[in-house]
Design a protein around this ligand. Structure first.
Ligand SMILES: Cc1cc2nc3c(=O)[nH]c(=O)nc-3n(C[C@H](O)[C@H](O)[C@H](O)COP(=O)(O)OP(=O)(O)OC[C@H]3O[C@@H](n4cnc5c(N)ncnc54)[C@H](O)[C@@H]3O)c2cc1C
Length: 375
C-alpha cells in the first residue's frame, strides 16, 4: 500500500512516521526545498513543542477554533503522549514557569533532528521540491499531480499547513471539501500613533488585554515593540482601586520604572508632584492609564508575520477520532490545513502532533492495498 503525505511540516512528519508499517510505502511530498521549516524557526528558535500537562477539558479552551473537535482527538493523543513520545526518543523536555514546554537543549534543531531521524529509520521517502498540484479521486485510489509527474496512491494524508491565501488550498478543489475562509491569526498590533512605542523592548509578564467593544480579553505577557504591541496579551487591568494603589506605593505590580514614567507623562503629572498632593483629576488620569490604557490599532502586522492561519478545511466533514474525510474515505487531514488553531504556548504544535498521529495510525489501518508509482 502506498500512503502519500502532502506537506513536510510538524503534522506531516508526525503523520508519516505513524503511517509506517510492514508492507506500507510512505511518500512525503514537500513543495519547498526544505522540511520542517516552521519547527526550525518556532518558539524563537527553541520550539515550544507543547504545554504543561493539563486535563483535556482545560486544554481545549486554548483553541479559539476546533475546541469540540480536538476534545475527541486529544482523548487518543494528548500532552502526556507528546512528552513520552519525544522523551522516549532521547529528547529531554523542560516546562517553563508559564507552562510552555521546550527541548532542554533550548534549540528547535533537537526536535527537527528527532523527527528526521525517526522518519528515516522507518523508511519515509521524502520528496523535496515536489508540490502537489491537484488530487483526482479514482475508483479506489487517488491520482496526485505533482511538479514532477503523476503518482497513484491508495491513501492520502493532507498536512499542507495553513495559509491566509485561498490559492494555497486550490489543489484540494476536486475533493469538494468545504473550506472556511483562511484568515491570519496570532498577529501583533501596529500602533503607529501610540507614544507607548517609545518604550520598545519593554516587556510585562502578567497582563490582560481587552479588545474594546467586545467581551474578549486575554491574560499573559506583553512586549512593546518599535511598531506597537506584541506578545500574547495586551495590558488589561483588573479592578484595583486608587486606595489600594496608594497603599502599595504603586510598586506592588513590579511595573518597570520606565512604564511608570510613561504613565505619569500621559497623565500630565510633573516629576515634582507627589501622589498625595495630586488633584483628583490627575489621580484619575493616572488610574485610567494603569487600569485601562487604550491603544489605537491601525492594522495588523504585515502579511507573513502572523503565526497561524484560522480557517481551512471545515471540521464537520472530518472524523475527529481518525482525521478521515467523511466525503472521501482514505483521505485524512492533519495540522493547520484544518479549521483549527490555538493560542501561543505550544498549543498549535500539540494539535499538529495529535492530528498527525491519528491520521497516520488510521491511514495505515485501512484494508485495501492499491497504489502504483508512475514515473
Ligand atoms: C514564526 C513562527 C513561530 C511559531 N512558534 C510556535 C511554537 O513555538 N509553538 C507552537 O505550538 N506553534 C508555533 N507556531 C505555529 C506552528 O508552527 C504551526 O501551527 C505548525 O507548524 C503547523 O504545522 P503543519 O504541519 O500543520 O503546517 P506547516 O508547518 O505549515 O507545514 C506544511 C508544509 O506543507 C507544505 N505544503 C503546502 N502545500 C503543499 C503542496 N501543495 N504540496 C506539497 N507541500 C505543500 C509547506 O511547504 C509546509 O512545509 C509558530 C509559527 C510561526 C510562523
Amino acid at each position: 500500500m502506498i500512503i502519500a503525505v502532502i506537506g513536510g511540516g510538524a503534522a506531516g512528519f508526525f503523520a508519516a512516521i505513524h503511517a509506517c508499517g510492514p508492507g506500507i510505502q510512505v511518500l512525503l511530498f514537500e513543495k519547498s526545498p526544505k522540511v520542517l521549516s516552521k519547527v526550525k524557526i518556532s518558539g524563537g528558535g527553541r520550539c515550544n513543542v507543547t504545554h504543561r500537562p493539563m486535563e483535556i477539558s482545560k486544554l481545549v479552551k486554548n483553541y479559539p477554533r476546533g475546541e469540540k473537535f480536538l476534545k475527541k482527538a486529544f482523548a487518543h493523543f494528548s500532552i502526556a503522549d507528546t512528552f513520552s513520545w519525544f522523551e522516549s526518543r532521547g529528547v529531554a523536555l523542560k516546562i517553563e514557569e508559564d507552562g510552555r514546554v521546550f527541548p532542554r537543549s533550548n534549540t528547535s534543531q533537537t526536535i527537527v533532528n528527532c523527527l528526521e531521524v525517526e522518519a528515516k529509520k522507518l523508511g519515509v521517502q521524502v520528496q523535496l521540491s515536489t508540490g502537489i498540484k491537484s488530487i483526482q479521486p479514482l475508483a479506489q485510489d487517488y491520482a496526485l499531480q505533482t511538479d514532477k509527474g503523476e503518482v497513484i496512491v491508495s491513501k492520502l494524508i493532507v498536512a499542507s499547513g495553513g495559509h491566509p491565501n485561498l490559492g494555497a488550498y486550490e489543489f484540494l478543489n476536486s475533493l469538494n471539501h468545504k473550506l472556511i475562509k483562511p484568515i491570519p491569526s496570532l498577529f501583533t498590533f501596529n500602533t503607529p500613533q501610540e507614544p507607548i512605542r517609545e518604550l520598545m523592548g519593554l516587556s510585562m509578564g502578567d497582563t490582560v488585554v481587552k479588545l474594546e467593544g467586545t467581551k474578549l480579553s486575554y491574560r499573559g505577557p506583553i512586549l512593546i515593540t518599535h511598531w506597537g504591541i506584541s506578545g500574547p496579551a495586551v495590558l488589561k487591568l483588573s479592578a484595583f482601586g486608587a486606595d489600594w494603589l496608594h497603599e502599595h506605593q504603586y510598586t506592588a505590580f513590579g511595573i518597570p520604572a520606565r512604564l511608570w514614567e510613561h504613565f505619569c507623562i500621559q497623565a500630565e503629572i510633573l516629576e515634582s508632584q507627589l501622589f498625595g498632593q495630586l488633584p483628583k483629576k490627575l489621580q484619575n488620569k493616572l488610574v485610567q492609564c494603569l487600569f485601562c490604557y487604550p491603544v489605537v490599532m491601525q492594522g495588523k502586522t504585515t502579511f507573513k508575520e502572523e503565526f497561524v492561519t484560522a480557517g481551512g478545511v471545515a471540521l464537520e466533514e472530518i472524523h475527529p477520532e481518525t482525521m478521515e474525510s467523511k466525503i472521501h474515505p482514505g483521505i485524512y487531514f492533519a495540522g493547520e490545513v484544518l479549521n483549527l488553531d490555538g493560542i501561543t504556548g505550544g498549543f498549535n504544535f500539540q494539535a499538529a502532533w495529535t492530528t498527525g498521529y491519528l491520521a497516520g495510525i488510521h491511514a495505515k489501518k485501512r484494508g485495501h492495498t492499491h497504489g502504483l508509482l508512475l514515473t
